[in-house]
Design a protein around this ligand. Structure first.
Ligand SMILES: O=C(O)C1=C[C@@H](OP(=O)(O)O)[C@@H](O)[C@H](O)C1
Ligand SMILES: C=C(OP(=O)(O)O)C(=O)O
Length: 427
């Protein structure tokens, strides 16, 4: 579909479920492949990003059997590195959670691997991770531009020791190193240099590693120690939580459209940082009710603008940017520099599209300031092949102006039937 014109929305209410978490699905798939034993994964996310992980694992000889429309997967673990006799070329789309961890995993073992992706992937940095892997002895070549995919990896033995990793661009670099550390023959200490962005994603990594039998010690918040020469062990069956970033659009709809909207699949028991998104809606004046595995949002009065550092929830932070269209006052979202190196330059894209709706927007290097107009203007929103642009701008349909979303199918990266589920609580 080239574009989707949304009906004018007045209210949002009802119950809605969300698909499995992308971050958990891809971590669990990879560790299942590396582990000893067979893992049955349930509530697996079915989307482009998980398909890229599955296709890559299969190309690497891992047996992954899907059932229940792809939400259940039985993975026969390799009990160690993903070695391969012949050279393998892997197309990884624009999935950061595949490119970064799989690159690290394929540096260990045997084989020659080419890692490629969509054009945008060639603009998403990976140099800090490759520098760290090279210090451990990895052989990685840049096939196009220094510091960016596509890459050519010649796997081998990596040593342990102590390495530093830059924390300022993407937490996925640290996640990648943590996940391969047990496969090294020697112990590894990882010291994060500078600020660690998107910090809660590291907690997801540690939690999944723990489920697969590996404990990481933490001397302080940015120093990690992992024993080498270990094997991941399958937990048997493992259920993927609902995706807390995907939940954010419905929760925001509850805040803008009155609610109550109850989202099932994530709540206080979640390991995902984005589960805290509703706290920001609470700060804006919405009423939030929490349970272990659902969150409900309703709102009677007017929402209020907030001034918040959302470095810890960079994905759900985009939902606050469009919720700001319905809040009184000027909203400022700070410390989100890495929006610039994701599916698109999200700071630039967000500013451009919010202005089309009549908002006054100030785009800083690492922040965005949004003052809504008295009334939204009708607009056609470009989505920049960014699933989150499409999803968070669907909220603009509450503004009593006709909103058309270009390329709505780009939600397939993490949430293929997003617009149907959105219609189910707003129709
Ligand atoms: O590790 C993960 O699962 C993710 C980490 C975050 O990326 P950065 O660490 O690059 O901010 C997030 O934006 C991405 O969607 C998923
Ligand atoms: C940044 C995102 O994805 P990726 O895993 O490709 O980094 C995202 O889903 O918003």
């Amino acid at each position: 579909m080239n574009s989707l014109t949304l009906p004018l929305l007045k209210r949002a209410r009802g119950d809605v479920g969300i698909p499995g978490s992308k971050s958990l699905s891809n971590r669990i798939l990879l560790l299942s492949a590396l582990a000893e034993g067979t893992t049955t994964i349930t509530n697996l996310l079915v989307s482009d990003d998980t398909r890229h992980m599955l296709d890559a694992l299969r190309a690497l000889g891992v047996d992954c059997r899907l059932s229940d429309e792809g939400t259940r997967c039985e993975v026969t673990g390799r009990g160690g590195p993903l070695a391969r006799g012949q050279a393998v070329s892997l197309f990884l789309g624009n999935a950061g959670t595949v490119m970064r961890p799989l690159t690290a995993a394929l540096c260990v073992g045997n084989g020659i691997f080419e890692m490629t992706g969509e054009p945008r992937m060639a603009e998403r940095p990976i140099g800090d991770l490759i520098d760290a892997l090279k210090l451990l002895g990895a052989r990685v070549e840049y096939l196009d531009h220094e510091g960016f995919p596509p890459l050519r990896i010649q796997a081998g033995n990596l040593k342990g020791g102590t390495i530093g990793i830059e924390g300022g661009t993407s937490s996925q670099f640290l996640t990648a190193l943590l996940m391969i550390a047990p496969l090294l023959n020697e112990d590894l200490s990882i010291e994060v240099r500078g600020e660690l962005v998107s910090n809660p994603y590291v907690a997801i990594t540690l939690a999944v590693m723990r489920r697969f039998g590996v404990e990481v010690s933490r001397e302080h918040s940015r120093s990690f120690q992992i024993k080498g020469g270990l094997r991941y062990r399958s937990p048997g069956e493992i259920q993927v939580e609902g995706d807390a970033s995907s939940a954010s659009y419905f929760l925001a709809a509850g805040a803008i459209g009155g609610g109550p909207v109850r989202v099932h699949g994530t709540g206080t028991a979640s390991v995902q940082g984005d589960a805290r998104f509703a706290e920001v809606l609470e700060m804006m004046g919405a009423k939030v009710t929490w349970s272990r595995d659902w969150v409900e949002v309703s709102n009677q009065g007017a929402l209020q603008a907030v001034d918040v550092d959302l470095n810890h929830i960079p994905d759900a932070a985009m939902t606050i940017a469009t919720t700001a269209l319905f809040a009184e006052g000027t909203t400022r979202i700070r410390n989100i520099y890495n929006w610039r190196v994701k599916e698109t330059d999200r700071l630039g894209a967000m500013a451009t599209e919010l202005r089309k709706l009549g908002a006054e927007v100030d785009e800083g290097e690492d922040c965005i300031t949004i003052t809504p107009p008295a009334k939204l203007r009708p607009a056609t929103i470009d989505t920049y092949n960014d699933h989150r642009m499409a999803m968070c701008f669907s909220l603009a349909a509450f503004g009593d102006a006709e909103i058309t979303i270009n390329d709505p199918d780009c939600t397939s990266k993490t949430f293929p039937d997003y617009f149907d589920r959105f219609a189910s609580i707003t129709g």
